[in-house]
Design a protein. Structure first.
Length: 444
């Protein structure tokens, strides 16, 4: 944990992108924002109103003229006094203004994610909203943007808080049942109704977890692994899918030793395609290690494209990992003209650019099936899964523990609500904060 004085500092940073631009935005947050603005521009602008001001150096030299905005606490992004300086985007201008701020008392440069961390510490955002904002900054496809936008706007937060309140209410009713059983205003049959409601809640959370598989794919990418014998055409296919030369194509067998990958944007979804070493019997330890890694990657894939040269005898079957969908593709269709097409999902000729549209179409079917969901806000991180699994486990312990004392069943519900609290950052998350806020860039 940082010392308290660290958070009393007023922080500043360039929040717009680095490099020459028409306008650069410098953000400021902290208890000395008002003093700093009065020092470098004179009279404060009206709150939340952009006003054109002259920014002065320590010797009253004009550094720049630009728009200045002032956001008094608590109605600001961080919950503290905040300001923005919209100055010209030349490097010399930016450096002179940043240096002027650094010379002010109790001012310092912000660390990565520090503005957002202060927003979290001041109750302006919870942890799932913070994570959604981090994902929004890094989104590369439309579906990543959409999911991150929903999460940063609080969709997950509202759902988890609703569930947490249901658990707290259930605990209150259970404790009322055994603490005030003789009181007339406490209905005697209320506990029986609560167990039924909790069973339904457990199912709702489990369904939410199941839908989260789509969220992970949208956030991390739909992973496709190319498998096949040496010279089956995997590297050529990878280049064709990427529409550029990513992999070396050679007649020599075993040229692909390590895995290559290319990222595609398919209809707004991120797709990561891995080229792997050809699978065959070999005496080379290096090639054998490449094949081992290929099969390990296939076991973690969302889809395997099994590329088979019908003119060769090398056909994989028993080596394929269980449970991963397989798209069986016949290669070199320009020279393998006498092929039973029913043995394959599609036939392709990279050389003649035949069959690629069909392959993309079938790939898209698998992608849509894996990412189908009726909502945009989904659990999409490992810690989300862990806490949701923990919550379901504790609820089920309480529901199924009909032979246990009510006190123990109530304690299980407390643990379940604590799991949701850790998910949103309400309880015991100090060890996670440095990791999560480290994902942010300086200025956010």
């Amino acid at each position: 944990m940082e010392p308290l004085e660290h958070y009393r500092d007023t922080i500043f940073a360039l929040s717009s992108g680095a490099g020459v631009a028409g306008v650069a935005v410098i953000r400021i947050s902290g208890q000395n924002v008002r003093f700093g603005l009065e020092t470098i521009i004179g009279q404060l602008p009206q709150p939340r109103r952009a006003e054109l001001r002259t920014i002065l150096g320590s010797d009253d030299q004009v550094l720049d003229r630009g728009l200045v905005l002032y956001f008094p606490a608590p109605a600001s992004f961080t919950g503290e006094d905040c300001a923005e300086l919209h100055v010209h985007g030349g490097r010399a201008v930016i450096e002179s203004v940043l240096q002027r701020l650094a010379d002010l008392e109790n001012y310092r440069s912000a660390e990565p994610g520090e503005f957002t961390r202060r927003a979290f510490e001041n109750g302006k955002m919870d942890l799932t909203e913070v994570e959604g904002l981090a994902d929004l900054l890094q989104a590369q496809t439309e579906m990543q943007r959409r999911m991150a936008q929903e999460q940063s706007a609080g969709s997950l937060s509202k759902q988890y808080e609703l569930w947490r309140k249901q658990l707290i209410r259930a605990r209150a009713m259970i404790e009322a049942d055994f603490d005030f059983a003789d009181e007339e205003d406490v209905p005697g049959s209320v506990v029986d109704v609560i167990w039924s409601d909790l069973a339904n809640l457990s199912k709702d959370i489990a369904d939410h977890l199941e839908a989260g598989k789509a969220g992970e794919i949208i956030r991390n990418g739909f992973r496709v692994v190319l498998l096949g014998a040496p010279n089956a055409g995997k590297s050529s296919l990878l280049n064709a899918l990427a529409q550029r030369d990513v992999a070396i194509v050679s007649e020599e067998k075993g040229t692909t030793r390590d895995m290559l990958e290319v990222q595609l944007n398919m209809h707004g979804y991120p797709v990561i395609i891995h080229d792997t070493a050809g699978i065959r019997k070999t005496e080379s330890p290096v090639e054998a290690e490449g094949m081992k890694r290929a099969l390990q990657a296939a076991g973690k894939a969302d889809l395997i494209i099994l590329l088979v040269d019908p003119g060769e005898d090398h056909v994989l079957s028993s080596d394929l990992p269980f449970g991963v969908p397989v798209l069986r593709v016949g290669s070199k269709a320009d020279i393998n003209t006498m092929v039973d097409a029913s043995q394959f999902d599609c036939l392709v000729s990279v050389k003649q650019s035949n069959g690629l549209e069909s392959l993309f179409s079938k790939l898209n079917i698998h992608l849509k099936k894996a990412t189908y969901t009726s909502v945009d806000a989904l659990p999409n991180r490992q810690r989300h899964r862990e806490y949701l699994h923990s919550c379901v486990k504790y609820i089920d312990e309480a529901v199924d523990g009909d032979r246990l004392p009510l006190e123990l069943r109530s304690e299980s519900l407390r643990s379940a609500s604590d799991s949701l609290g850790r998910l949103t950052g309400r309880i015991d998350v100090d060890d996670l904060l440095d990791v999560i806020f480290g994902e942010f860039c300086i200025g956010k």
